[in-house]
Design a protein around this ligand. Structure first.
Ligand code: SF4
Length: 330
């Protein structure tokens, strides 16, 4: 079996697939208040096309998929798609990133899908008013209820907290306190300019080091060995059930063993978060490409994967990073 190895010897075994560009929230670090120009429905990959692409990728050694959006549960038939994907015997993990506003009623069904193991819940404040201010929607109660239900479920829960200068940095240690009695992983993510406007002016740059120092100001942390290609650096705290992680997504110190590729909901292949898309698979498929042609394409695209996110950004053709994360899938 051929496997996806880039020119730096990194094996690609993880794909992030955005199932839609639609979202029911309007988070300030992801899109403008008026939202983004969503694509016509027929520009989105169908579930059948997504299944086929994932199948071909798994025959090239990919064994983990993360489903993102926009908000994946916004797309009709998403849970059926999860069931369909579960039949792919080459897939080990089907992970989901969600904003938690629509998943609650599906938790029991998801627990029955053995391959659905890890749920990442995006939640950037534990205060209702600030949460609603960040998301520009009044759904704090639903999301908080969902967080509690997921924590009690058989699936692993990770909280994704985007650290936003001047907005929620005062709550970093409130989130860390959650890990005392809850068996959850709280992961702090550096804010990035994928917000539909580009880099916003900030007073303080809350990068990996500053976030870690803030945590250390109250807690004694011990760095733990993270799994290979982990996006976060992880820490334990004595007598805490859960753990804390920091994702240096913008400072990009995690590229050395990057094992990821991305597919947008319109079928654009991205070999790095910071590139502006290297190939449109949707049109390739709809023009009749065979699975063998698809495999050859993936093998050659991965060979071109840039060494790191800075080089990917420098090679962009459509200008600086500003597109909404809702069009990429994170
Ligand atoms: S910036 Fe690009 S190369 Fe670096 S970890 Fe992210 S996706 Fe991988």
């Amino acid at each position: 079996m051929s496997t996806l190895i880039d020119s730096f010897g990194r094996q690609i075994n993880y794909v992030r697939l955005a199932v839609t560009d639609r979202c029911n929230l309007r988070c300030q670090y992801c899109m403008p208040a008026h939202g983004i120009e969503i694509v016509p429905r027929d520009h989105l990959l169908t579930y059948k096309e997504m299944y086929r692409i994932i199948r071909v990728l798994t025959e090239l050694g990919v064994n983990k998929v993360r489903l993102t959006g926009g908000e994946p549960f916004v797309r009709k038939g998403f849970v059926d798609f999860l069931e369909m994907l579960s039949f792919n015997d080459l897939l080990d993990d089907i992970n989901i990133t969600t904003n938690g506003a629509m998943i609650y009623k599906h938790i029991e069904t998801l627990e029955k899908l053995q391959k659905v193991k890890n749920i990442n819940l995006s939640i950037d404040s534990l205060k209702a008013d600030k949460f609603n201010e960040i998301t520009r929607r009044n759904v704090f109660d639903e999301v908080f209820k969902t967080m509690e239900a997921l924590e009690k479920s058989s699936m692993n829960l990770k909280l994704n907290v985007v650290v936003q200068s001047g907005i929620n940095t005062d709550e970093i240690n409130d989130f860390v306190r959650l890990t005392k009695d809850k068996d959850i992983a709280v992961r702090f993510i550096e804010e990035m300019p994928f917000n539909g406007k580009g880099q916003r002016s900030i007073e303080e740059n809350w990068n990996y080091t500053k976030i870690l120092n803030e945590i250390k100001s109250e807690f004694s942390v011990t760095e733990v060995q993270s799994e290979k290609s982990s996006t976060s650096r992880n820490f334990s705290i004595e007598n805490h059930k859960g753990s804390v992680g920091i994702i240096p997504a913008f400072t990009r110190t995690i590229c050395g063993d990057c094992n990821r590729i991305r597919l947008t909901s319109t079928g654009t292949f991205k070999s790095c978060l910071f590139d502006d898309g290297v190939f449109n698979l949707r049109d390739f498929l709809r023009n009749g490409a065979s699975n063998e042609e698809l495999k050859d394409l993936f093998l050659s695209l991965v060979k071109e994967k840039p060494e790191n996110g800075f080089i990917a950004e420098a090679n962009r053709k459509k200008g600086n990073v500003s597109e909404s994360m809702s069009t990429i899938g994170g």
